[in-house]
Design a binder for this molecule. Structure first.
Ligand code: F6R
Length: 241
């Protein structure tokens, strides 16, 4: 695991964007695993800026998003599909037929999960971008006594729903369930880029990267992967030696 520390979150975003853009420059048909939430917003901004400046094309890139809320249509403004259009896809030349996000509104969620896994088997992820939940979740793989390997429906923990309530008009509007890629799929990525900023994540950064490997902290399983790069700002890294 390679840990890189930066003073400010803007530098973290710039470095993360550069790593992603370098992957695409080296391999125009790269498969990227993408995340949502607050952390990637700055990264996607830099990717859009750079795309405009460097005239780098994403049209042969394939993407898989980690997760989507269950029960929200893609057109809902807080769906992760809308988020991706707003922050990245809508400003670049990603080919919509190559961008994949679980359909949270599927009639048959189990079939949707199986189809997503099948696509992931066909297109192994070269670089998976991850944020970190306050409780150690990655994707929406919540802490528990066991973790699922493949894509599955998950009940969101109250803490996760509260943390995401800021995006909704009321906490009660945050969906109770989501579809998420499993830990097994995340760990199959050739390379993983974990990005964490802010003082409120300092403790979970320490537990995830320096604590025991346990399903009680899903991100701690990243310690078992051979190619993980972690980017931290000073605040997020302050409890790590
Ligand atoms: C979202 C995702 C989540 C977030 C995590 C951190 O696609 O996979 O695991 O990365 O909840 O979210 P922020 O960045 O909002 O603190």
């Amino acid at each position: 695991m390679q840990i890189k520390r930066f003073e400010r979150k803007e530098e973290v975003a710039l470095h993360a964007a550069e790593l992603i853009l370098n992957t695409v420059a080296e391999r125009p048909d790269a498969v990227l695993g993408l995340a949502t939430g607050s952390t990637p917003i700055g990264i996607y901004e830099k990717m859009v800026e750079s795309y405009r400046r460097r005239s780098l094309s994403f049209r042969s890139v394939t993407t898989f998003n980690l997760d989507e809320y269950a029960g929200l249509p893609a057109s809902h403004e807080q769906s992760y599909a809308s988020y991706m259009t707003r922050h990245l896809f809508g400003h670049t030349d990603f080919d919509p037929s190559r961008t994949h996000i679980p359909n949270g509104d599927a009639d048959d969620p189990a079939a949707e999960c199986a189809a997503y896994d099948e696509l992931l088997r066909k297109h192994p992820i070269d670089l998976q971008l991850l944020g970190l939940g306050h409780n150690g979740h990655i994707g929406f793989n919540e802490p528990g006594s066991a973790l699922a390997g493949g894509t599955h429906v998950v009940e969101l923990k109250l803490a996760t729903r509260e943390a995401n309530a800021r995006f909704f008009t009321a906490p009660s509007k945050v969906p109770a369930r989501a579809i998420t890629m499993g830990i097994g799929s995340i760990l199959k990525s050739r390379a993983i880029l974990l990005v964490v900023t802010g003082p409120d994540k300092a403790e979970i950064v320490r537990e995830s990267l320096a604590g025991p490997i346990t399903t009680a902290c899903p991100a701690s399983l990243l310690q078992t992967h051979a190619n993980v790069t972690v980017l931290l700002d000073r605040d997020a890294g302050r409890k790590l030696n």
